[in-house]
Design a protein around this ligand. Sequence first.
Ligand SMILES: NC(=O)c1ccc[n+]([C@@H]2O[C@H](COP(=O)([O-])OP(=O)(O)OC[C@H]3O[C@@H](n4cnc5c(N)ncnc54)[C@H](OP(=O)(O)O)[C@@H]3O)[C@@H](O)[C@H]2O)c1
Length: 291
Amino acid sequence: MQELIREYYELSDGTKVPKIGFGCFNPQNQDYVTILKTAIDAGYRYFDTASLYETERDLAKALKESGIDRKEVQIASKAWYDEMGYEETKTAFNRTLERLETDYLDFYLLHWPKASEDDPDWKEKDKSAWKALTELKKAGKIRHIGVCNFLPHHLENLAGTTDCQPEIDQLELHVGYSQELAREYCQKQNILVQAWGPLGRGRMNGDPVLNAMAAKYQKTFSQIAIRFLLQKGIMPIPKASTREHMLDNINVFDFELSREDMWMLSCMPQQTWQGEHPDFAVPKKASNPLQ
Ligand SMILES: NC(=O)c1ccc[n+]([C@@H]2O[C@H](COP(=O)([O-])OP(=O)(O)OC[C@H]3O[C@@H](n4cnc5c(N)ncnc54)[C@H](OP(=O)(O)O)[C@@H]3O)[C@@H](O)[C@H]2O)c1
């Protein structure tokens, strides 16, 4: 087994979260249980899944077959936008627990703030779902609650709905799409920012600036991209299918990008989002609650 990730972010209640998590989105139809067992063996201890990804059952199987103690891993899952609402979200949460074969989640997140670009009820649905999450947290079924793809105006809508504020906001965030405003807003409020698509979904491979920096630090482009996020206090959750990629993405604690290089990466031309955006390009795919 690889050495575990031994650097952590700390939440306000003192909970330690590994600085890098494993993204469990699996678009290809591979033997995903084996991939997940490889990730566990490679040293990952935080797993990010969702009802939408249809990988919750695989994660349960991989954890069981690897023999790892439930308490040694942190599991995050999410309610998709068609699972939003007070009753709907509680029901969705129970389905997720069943698929994950566990009786609690470490993190449960609202996956998307709106069901469509012009969803007229999103504010009310978000608030009702947030009440459900707060109650589940107080009942001890969820350790920490949070959101994904919530920009400041979505977060402000939740403010004051309950006495709990999101502890995590998972945003598309990577070199070339650094979401400075949302990041600063969250960090000022003590919300841990997670980066989805931290490698630009593979698109950064071949980028000349990242490649030049990789050569300078004797690292790979992905290690530069991940290190950039860590030095901004962000938690990346890269997806990887091979052991080589998995190890590459966590062997990033033995070097530091200089201030000048951080500035250079921060000032790279901002690309657009990956085809999905919380307000302007809401994903169309619906989850399958019956799975
Ligand atoms: N909340 C949301 O709305 C949302 C949306 C999207 C994703 N997510 C989460 O974020 C996670 C990660 O995002 P993502 O899957 O979109 O993209 P990503 O992690 O940025 O990129 C994954 C791609 O990078 C490749 N890769 C990984 N490590 C590499 C390395 N060391 N060298 C070269 N290539 C490497 C992977 O290839 P291989 O697979 O061949 O290794 C894959 O093609 C997801 O799995 C999911 O958990 C959340």
